[in-house]
Design a protein around this ligand. Sequence first.
Ligand code: BG6
Length: 486
Amino acid sequence: MVSRVIPVDSFDLVVFGGTGDLARRKILPGLFRRFLAGQMPEDARIIGAARAEMDDAGFRALVAEAIGEFGGPASRKADELARFLDRLHYVAIDAKGDGGWPALAQAMRPDVVRAFYFSVAPALFGDLAERLHRHGIATPESRIVVEKPFGRDLASACALNATLAEHFTEHQIYRIDHYLGKETVQNLMAVRFANILFEPLWNARHVDHVQITVAETVGVDGRGSYYDKSGAMRDMVQNHLMQLLCLIAMEPPYRFDPDAVRDEKLKVIHALEPVRPEDIVRGQYRGAGKGTKGSYTDDAENRDSRTESYVALKVNIANWRWKGTPFYLRTGKKLRARASEIAIVFKEVPHSIFGEEEGWRENVLSIRLQPNEGMTLSVMIKEPGPGGMRLTEVPLDMSFADALGEDGTDIPDAYERLIMDVIRGNQTLFMRGDEVEAAWAWTDPIIAGWETRGDKPRGYDPGSSGPEDALMLLHRDGRRWREIRE
Ligand code: BG6
């Protein structure tokens, strides 16, 4: 099945930080793929804006190189690439002064969608927002896009929200959590709300527990200085895992509408119980020893770092649907496989008519976010052959790529989808200010707790499943983690 491409209105998209890492890796290659898909109107333009002095030709050369490096097979289409590059322009800008702003104002066209991507450090958000207004560039319909980290705690997130609110209304602000742009994450909503099958079972009466795993094989090399001030809790749990949890736990919104969806997610965050210290395990990968090659402390260039590169926690939701069904979350770097999965583990049947059966398993609905995006439902059937009623577990397995007849490499990257949603003016897959603040309000005491107690992360071997203690988190409750594998 070839995906339908719905063209968007014409736009001028300004990418502040247009020469930076995120722009080169994700934003510009993503825009090129949307161009190839035929989604970009003929006259749409992308304007890079950064401090470096260069002209359009210099910027186009830089983007061509970035697409060559990060654009995958698409980058080999030379004719199309040349046509895409024609839409690119560049303005050198001084975010803290007035240099370049009149030129930017002049470059903008009236009567097209204006979007401004703040792919810069959050410390510059206020400067950019203020200058966009001072120079008459922002209109009431303009949109701004901001990236994580959106604050490092509740106070800083509130301050950022307040700064942006001085210049833009909430409906103009698009806070990106790129997990929401992943196809399979959106599929969570489709699976839940477009099928009658799951809803009757989607509650504490039938679900024993939920496991959310985001495992990575990469370490923090190259990003050590950012990551060391952040850690897995701030970098992954407060945003990406929290969003996944919300999509699994939320009530059906009355419509697939930005505020209806975000209202329901917000209610889940408000219902999260504080996490007890004994329900969290923090880990840090250690090579041959602390500070040695292959260790977190070596990658982060901080021998004494107590920052966690792994965290596992048990989360309880205090509402009628979920009371009594824990959600176990874990994420880490340098683990044995790159594998992200949500597993809904159902309860046992109330009574087995087959007597005590060995090999008996609960039903599990596993939703694979990456790689091999798809869903598996494990069911019990009879083992073939005579000799009595022996049961065995088999998977009802579906890969989204196979089911939809698409080449797996055609699945759009999260950024492609999200940037086009900005142009369309659809905020459903973006975080609202109150949602981000609520997520920090829940996260802050957890981090403050281990800072006060001076907790040290447990060591784990690179290539393992994480620290031993994380196993206990579930064993203690008579449960076990699912295997981390691709
Ligand atoms: C980012 C984190 O938001 O998400 C990174 O800052 C992490 O540390 C990345 O590696 C994971 O994203 P993905 O799309 O590769 O799962």
